[in-house]
Design a protein around this ligand. Sequence first.
Ligand SMILES: [Zn+2]
Ligand SMILES: [Zn+2]
Ligand SMILES: [Zn+2]
Length: 156
Amino acid sequence: MAAQQSVSAHICQQCWSNPATLCCRDCLPRPFFCDKCDVMMHTRYVLHNRETMTAGFFQPLPPTTYVLNKTLCHDARLVPVETPVRICDCPSEFLRIKPGKAVAMVTINGRYDLRMPELVCEASDATWTSGVHELNLNWEDLCRQLPEKFFLSGKP
Ligand SMILES: [Zn+2]
Ligand SMILES: [Zn+2]
Ligand SMILES: [Zn+2]
């Protein structure tokens, strides 16, 4: 109860201007976020344990759920693997990143449904798909995001 009161009383500790709508147990020592700063931070740190207060009680959020105007919204979240700077000879502004293959990450906190990133060039239709290779390359970085051990089910 004490913790609940502290969320609604807090302001976002990233921008210091908007009221906090959720807190993240892995963003210590600054766990309080507004809607916007949460999306900015946690599209990159997808495995963090976030909780929102929008329903009047603490509610854990999967990485694919975010808050907009006190409503829970859903969007694909990408596994944070490194993507190449270029995949063809076109200028990089033609590159678009989009959700690719679905992959499930299982942690002690539950199952996270994420997508592997995919690059598409809008000029030449060249594509790049990430897979097991990129996951392995970025494994340490992923583990740093989440202290607890986790494993993958459903190979990308
Ligand atoms: Zn903020
Ligand atoms: Zn976080
Ligand atoms: Zn191209």
